[in-house]
Design a protein around this ligand. Structure first.
Ligand SMILES: [Zn+2]
Length: 360
């Protein structure tokens, strides 16, 4: 049993506003279960799909500028509406956009500048309270906490296109039963993704922070899987990564439905390479001196478009991998010049070059 992946072309690119998403979600009102409200009073719909003994809670975009997993969920909605629902043991509870105010503003934080993923104990925000109330009502057997990670994350010499974490339940990071269950599931997801994006799957750092939602829910006894959508070469809008995330979620649901992942060991989980902040977007190497100039793209919301602007990575003696590497002589005609002049020249070149990554 498996699904054919379909992309919902009505929604593309990193900027996903509440209105844009809501127009599409209207098609799925038959699954609407209940609605919470954000600090600035935007609706936060929860959808329920399927009937079964195993309850699975998924939420996306608790960080407003992390829409890749939301787009993956919309693809899954489309797939379920066009193909038979196959997970007959599973009942899904899905919040596609937990932070609609942050989504509109394209900020990580919510309307009150609070990071909702550092609010799991305080529960100071309406969004956090809504998620917690859904968690308590649903009593999920599994949770999926869905995010984006920056382009700086790599696995060795490859970008970390997808990263996973089974969050720790306490400072000692011991292997509690729920955590172990999440790890075994992740092992299988990694095996699956290695066929599609070899060596581009990472394991996220497991430092414990009880104020992080995934850590808190693991502490409360529910296996929680964090999925971080990362960079795929030249895919700054994360339309390629979106597909791998949708496929990973579908695979996870299949594995839970069929209960075919518990044979794995946690040893295999720790064999998944850790991701590191070892990448930068661009590197220009001075052919003569060997000096490396690194540049990172910053995102800015202008109207309803995301515009990328290159910025020099200052003061770095460290070597990074880069998503794109150039010899300075490829673009820079002069042999000798001051550092500042070279940097300005590259910035001018890159500003034009990266326009192709801007959303349409
Ligand atoms: Zn995030």
């Amino acid at each position: 049993m498996s699904y054919n992946y379909i992309k919902d072309d009505r929604i593309t690119g990193k900027y996903v506003s509440y209105n844009h998403l809501n127009n599409i979600l209207l098609d799925y009102n038959k699954w609407l279960s209940k609605t919470g409200y954000s600090e600035n009073n935007l609706p936060i719909p929860l959808y329920q799909i399927g009937k079964g003994d195993v309850r699975i809670l998924l939420w996306s975009q608790m960080h407003g500028n992390e829409s890749t997993t939301t787009r993956a969920l919309i693809d899954i909605f489309k797939i379920f509406s066009e193909q038979d629902y196959l997970f007959y043991n599973c009942e899904l509870y899905i919040i596609p956009m937990l932070n609609p105010d942050g989504a509109n503003l394209y900020t990580r934080e919510n309307f009150n500048h609070i990071d909702l993923n550092r609010d799991a104990i305080n529960l100071s925000q309406k969004e956090s309270l809504f998620l917690r109330s859904v968690f308590e009502d649903v009593k999920p057997d599994f949770c999926f906490n869905l995010h984006d990670q920056r382009t700086i994350f790599g696995v060795g010499e490859k970008p970390a296109t997808v990263s996973f974490l089974a969050p720790a339940a306490d400072e000692s990071r011991r292997l509690t039963e729920p955590r172990t269950k999440a790890m075994k599931l992740i092992v299988e997801l990694n095996n699956y993704l290695q066929e599609l994006i070899p060596n581009q799957v990472g394991r996220f750092d497991d430092s414990f922070n009880a104020n992080c939602t995934g850590d808190q829910f693991t502490l409360l006894g529910v296996p929680t899987i964090l999925i971080e959508s990362g960079f795929f070469p030249n895919d700054y809008q994360r339309e390629e990564t979106r597909k791998y995330v949708a496929l990973s979620i579908l695979k996870a649901l299949e594995l839970i439905n069929n209960n075919t992942f518990e044979k794995n060991t946690v040893k295999e989980y720790f064999k998944i390479p850790e991701n590191h902040k070892n990448f930068r977007d661009f590197c220009f190497i001075d052919d003569i001196s060997g000096e490396k100039f690194y540049f990172q793209l910053e995102e800015q919301l202008i109207g309803d478009r995301i515009i990328f602007t290159p910025k020099i990575v200052e003061g770095t003696q460290q070597n990074y991998y880069a998503h794109n590497t150039y010899s300075l002589s490829d673009i820079y005609p002069k042999k000798f010049s001051q550092r500042e002049v070279i940097i300005d020249y590259i910035l001018e070149y890159l500003t034009k070059e990266v326009q192709k990554y801007n959303s349409y």
